[in-house]
Design a protein around this ligand. Structure first.
Ligand code: IPM
Ligand code: MN
Length: 370
């Protein structure tokens, strides 16, 4: 039986609560013999800062490097608002992305039929929605240098962030986008701001070149990122795969998330390049929602985004596509049964807490695989 080593980094806020529900699923696979998962755990974010004074320790980084996949909860919260910028909770996540070279961030936005009424858009606009935002994750303004605030006298300061992309960074993310599209509806929309940004001009040019040279059979459109945001809420079902840079991807994926009914529903996968020898990719899976400090510790957070992130790990890291489908079907089935956490609650449904939702999904796995 295939055996994999998972590193769990629950992090802060609701992170540990949603991660506990993933452990329930991991136990299910270990028990039913679908695969053998070995688990390691470590701290990241504010919890790592409280224990060690850094957002992630070298030991945890080494574990992440060695793991077959990292499962990540969420980091940050008001408690750490005043800590030094270099050791703020988010720095742990950014270091993992950068050092593991996780340049491709897949953020699917799927609207389950049962949830179409929780969306802020009309049912007919979102029902059946299935789009993939592919966000470049290791470049652009998140990491460009210089990145600094300098004192320029006269009571004035000057802040700089640098938006920078090189050809190879755009090529490799474009290829991931075209490959994803080929297994879906064969349509890529690339978004940038070439009307104002040089990095947008290059982005557009390089995506076009990769398309002509390597993927002429895939349909490719370009949209300015602001217009793309507008189209996402006007007519989201026109999209299949959206490929965009780090900052636009951050914003557009939050917009897309709300189309599905709740931020509590959105999983994500962050992937590196396949290793030349083993073909194995470094990878990290995390829900798109954050730490939700207002509801942390109450046992009411929606664990579906985290559970679906584990589903993505099955699909993209462990080549267990059927098991991943089973997880998705189990989620659909509990929603069809009318179970809801508070964030997606609607009239006539039954409101449940985090654990009950997790247990119901595992029971649905039993039922659907019997
Ligand atoms: C995300 C988050 C992160 C980001 C933060 C926590 C650094 O918003 O994953 O979308 O901006 O990338
Ligand atoms: Mn974000």
């Amino acid at each position: 039986m295939a055996s994999f080593n998972l590193l769990l980094l629950p992090g802060d806020g609701v992170g540990p609560e949603v991660m506990a529900e993933v452990e329930r699923l991991v136990d299910w696979f270990n028990r039913t013999g679908g695969a053998r998962f070995e688990i390691e755990r470590d701290l990241v974010g504010g919890s790592a800062y409280d224990a060690h004074g850094v957002a992630i320790t070298e030991a945890a980084m080494a574990r992440a490097m060695g793991a077959d996949a990292v499962l990540f909860g969420a980091v940050g919260g008001p408690k750490w608002d005043r800590v030094d910028y270099d050791v703020r909770p988010e720095a742990g996540l950014l270091r993992l992305r950068k050092d593991l070279e996780l340049f491709a961030n897949l953020r699917p936005a799927i609207c389950y039929g049962a949830l179409a009424d929780s969306s802020s858009l009309k049912r007919e606009l979102v029902e059946g929605l299935d789009l993939m935002i592919l966000r470049e994750l290791t470049g652009g303004v998140y990491f460009g240098e210089p990145k600094e605030i300098t004192d320029i006298g006269n009571n004035q300061k000057r802040a700089v962030d640098t938006q920078v992309y090189q050809t190879y960074e755009i090529e490799r993310i474009a290829r991931v986008g075209f490959d994803l599209a080929k297994a879906r509806r064969n349509h890529v929309t690339s978004m940038e701001k070439r009307n104002v940004m040089k990095s947008g001009v290059l982005w557009h040019e390089v995506v076009d070149a990769v398309h002509k040279r390597e993927y002429p059979e895939v349909e490719l459109d370009h949209m300015l990122a602001d217009a793309g945001g507008m189209q996402l809420v006007r007519n989201p079902k026109q999209f299949d795969v959206i490929v965009t840079d780090n900052l636009f991807g951050d914003m557009l994926s939050d917009v897309a998330a709300m189309l599905t009914g709740s931020l509590g529903m959105l999983p994500s996968a962050s992937l590196g390049a396949p290793d030349d020898k083993t073909g194995r990719r470094k990878s990290l899976y995390e829900p798109v929602h954050g730490t939700a400090p207002d509801i942390a510790g109450k046992g009411i957070v929606n664990p579906i985004a985290m559970i679906a992130s584990f589903g993505m790990a099955l699909r993209y890291s462990f080549a267990m596509g059927q098991a991943a489908d089973l997880v998705d079907r189990a989620i659909s089935s509990v929603l069809d049964d009318g179970l809801r956490t508070g964030d997606i609650m609607s009239p006539g449904c039954r409101e449940v807490g985090t654990e009950e939702m997790g247990r119901a999904i595992v029971e649905a796995m039993d039922r659907l695989s019997a």
